[in-house]
Ligand binder design. Structure first.
Ligand code: ADP
Ligand code: MG
Length: 705
């Protein structure tokens, strides 16, 4: 065990974990694999919940789902084997209540402990069992009649587990680390004046409260994460993440980018379009144009609800690159969507004499070689494709604008990967990087956008093209499926078209494809007068394309599809959509799907078929869909129901995995976080850096790379 050396005082914030007694290289290694390197990191390894062992709950007062501590005598023990070994221990207390402790993994020594009459104190969450309530795998302790069996004086923190480190040793380590908490002069990174204005506890007080909550602390607020101590920590954590994104942005903007100033080509495109841009489209294009004229890389997110017309704005932006003799790339998350972009761009740009190239995973062999040559020589002025665009071996001649559609499907890393395809691919400080335009149809609540995209400027296309009619949404039990066949018949008889979307709980392509196949066969039989099409992920690209083309051309009246049509598919004549098993889809996905109808002038309907019984969450989702078509309202609701991690698809963006903060719960802190962030960046960039290091750590190290 390394001894603490006397010598120059170590910065307490930089003390390695091995400074703690009992932490050798092996344990330090396990902690390091979870990103814990310094004593300070243990202070910020925060409890994810609390257990209240300060009281005993009478067995009769136990409630299913509510964690509690009980105490009683063993009344009966049963060891059995049903599918797997099981040990059941009936525990009775003085109030004549009985609760069953159930174990699936146990050792002989454990069985031997549970002698009838022995006293046991157990903690866990009761749930309904065969005979009244039972607690599966409680934590428990045999009570020694001789020994002191005092109750806990504090709420017990439960820490996120670390592999290879038991909960007890982790608690001990954190205790040791806390004993070394320095005073505010060292611990606080926020300037005192700022702190005073916050009206929140000091960091030291906050940390001590969350790690060692006093017995009289409010368990309900602590469990809900709304205790002032947690708010203090959440504020600092949000601030750190915000600063991390801001720094990332600064690092980006330190690079040079080609200034794109020609306006003739975008004007020509605009004049040739079969429609007039909406006010929102013009405004957003103007914002992009101003950005692109700068010799600094644009970093802009365009948010626009499904159908708001983002593609054409992207195409106009691409014209600025082309006019400057450079290239633009448009990347989409699915092949179907990319193909659709290709079709649009082709139709718009080929008449202007612009060469549009196509690159997807399925483009192979000689065709691929040819495309790669065109991309490398610059002959291809606009390149449309999927992830394939980011692969090694794809070398652009002079990429000036990287457009990423449906950003929520990609992580930050992928966005940056496309950027790195820019002219000066070596990312030195003098590198020239392309401008980045990111488009998303997943509207993000404003507060969240501020936090999630602090590295991007945000524009909103908040207006739909004229002539759209609202979609009426109906929620129906699957039993009423037969009625829908008649509905489809009627709609198609009027020259309208319909989608039938198949979803399954088992998302494997294969199973969903089979379901789509059999739905296709069934509906084809029931609607003999109709031509029915089919699209699913298992089909060859050419088959998919053919099916989409036939539907777009109106040759097929009904299209049976899997959720592959979720993004981007655009057939204005389709006015009826039926979504099977709608209860299994999230709000964002339902909203995306529904956005495929209501694109023409006919009144449209969306039928959400569900399989009873509905969970309460599913019920709320379907009800939300029925009530509103406003993407922002849906996003707010989604945030409320699911939490932000999933909403943003941000497992990779560094936004998920907060330790204390919860973007939904703590959203009210964000405006303050933003203001403080600005101030710190301007007045104390070194403190900003240390805050990022403290809370974001390795993720930030990646970002700075
Ligand atoms: P999204 O924002 O969902 O990507 P798209 O770019 O696919 O939307 O546009 C949806 C449809 O609206 C397309 O058929 C597109 O050609 C059309 N469109 C776009 N802008 C306008 C406009 N200003 N007026 C009429 N139709 C438009
Ligand atoms: Mg789109």
């Amino acid at each position: 065990m390394p001894k603490r050396k006397d010598g120059p005082a170590v910065d307490p914030l930089q003390q390695p974990l091995t400074a703690l007694p009992g932490v050798g290289p092996k344990l330090a290694g396990k902690l390091a694999s979870r990103g814990l390197f310094h004593v300070q990191d243990l202070w910020f390894h925060l409890p994810r919940q609390y257990e209240d062992r300060t009281t005993i709950t009478p067995v009769r007062a136990l409630q299913a789902g509510v964690p509690a501590q009980v105490e009683g005598r063993v009344e009966a023990v049963e060891r059995g084997f049903r599918y797997r070994p099981v040990l059941r221990v009936a525990l009775g207390d003085e109030g004549h209540g009985t609760v069953v402790l159930r174990f699936f993994h146990f050792r002989a020594a454990q069985v031997a402990q549970f002698q009838p009459g022995a006293r046991v104190r157990a903690f866990g969450t009761p749930r309904p069992g065969q005979h009244g309530l039972e607690i599966v795998h409680p934590s428990y302790r045999m009570l020694d009649p001789m020994a002191d069996d005092a109750l806990a004086e504090r709420l017990d923190p439960v820490y996120p587990a670390i592999e290879g480190v038991g909960p007890a040793s982790l608690r001990r380590l954190i205790g040791l680390a806390l004993d070394r908490l320095p005073d505010a002069s060292v611990l606080e990174l926020l300037p005192p004046a700022l702190l005073a204005s916050l009206d929140l506890p000091s960091l030291r007080a906050a940390l001590l409260t969350v790690h060692r909550p006093p017995a009289d602390a409010d368990l309900a607020t602590l469990s809900a994460g709304t205790h002032p101590a947690q708010r203090r920590l959440a504020m600092e954590e949000l601030l750190a993440h915000h600063l991390s994104l801001r720094r990332q942005r600064l690092a980006q903007q330190a690079h040079a980018a080609p200034a794109l100033r020609g306006r003739a080509l975008s004007r020509r495109l605009q004049a040739a379009l079969p429609f007039k841009l909406t006010g929102a489209q013009s405004r957003v294009f103007e914002q992009i144009r101003v950005d692109l004229a700068q010799p600094r890389p644009m970093l802009r997110l365009v948010q626009g609800d499904v159908g708001s017309g983002k593609t054409v704005v992207a195409a106009m932006a691409a014209m600025l690159a082309v006019e400057a003799g450079r290239q633009a790339a448009l990347m989409a998350p699915t092949e179907l969507l990319a193909e659709q972009h290709l079709a649009n761009l082709w139709a718009w740009l080929e008449p202007l004499g612009i060469r549009v190239a196509w690159l997807a995973g399925k483009v192979t062999g000689r065709a691929r070689t040819r495309v790669l040559e065109e991309v490398a020589s610059g002959e291809a002025q606009v390149v449309v494709g999927t992830h394939a665009l980011m692969q090694q071996g794809v070398v652009f001649h002079d990429l000036a604008l990287a457009i990423v559609d449906e950003q929520h499907r990609f992580g930050v890393h992928q966005r940056l990967a496309l950027r790195d395809k820019g002219a000066g691919a070596g990312m030195g400080p003098d590198a020239i990087v392309p401008h980045q335009l990111v488009m998303t149809a997943t509207p993000i609540p404003r507060t969240l956008a501020m936090a999630a995209y602090a590295d991007l400027d945000v524009s909103a296309i908040d207006e739909l093209p004229p002539g759209r009619t609202p979609v009426q949404t109906i929620v129906l039990s699957a039993e009423r499926r037969p009625e829908l066949v008649e509905r489809i018949r009627a709609a198609c008889a009027e020259g309208r078209q319909a989608y039938w979307v198949c979803t399954l709980i088992d998302d494997s392509d294969e199973v969903v494809a089979q379901a789509a196949q059999s739905t296709f066969e069934g509906l084809s039989l029931q609607l003999p007068e109709l031509r029915v099409g089919l699209v699913h992920g298992r089909m060859k690209p050419a088959e998919k394309q053919a099916a989409m083309r036939a539907f777009k051309a109106g040759e097929t009246g009904l299209l049976v599809a899997t959720t592959v049509i979720e993004v981007g598919v655009d057939v204005p004549n389709a006015s009826l959509m039926i979504i099977e098993n709608a209860e299994r889809l999230g709000l964002a996905q339902l909203h995306q799907l529904r956005g495929r109808v209501g694109r023409g002038s006919a009144a449209s309907n969306c039928v959400l078929l569900y399989q009873a019984p509905l969970s309460s969450l599913a019920k709320q989702r379907l009800e939300t869909m029925r009530q509103t078509q406003d993407g922002f309202v849906i996003a707010e609701k989604d945030l409320e129901l699911r939490g932000p991690g999933e909403l943003l698809g941000t497992r990779q963006t560094g936004l998920a995995g907060f330790r204390v903060a919860d973007l939904a719960r703590d959203a009210d802190l964000l405006p303050r976080v933003q203001a403080i962030g600005e101030q710190l960046m301007a007045e104390a960039p070194d403190l900003a850096g240390r805050l990022v290091e403290r809370w974001v750590g390795s993720a930030a190290r990646y970002a700075a790379a």
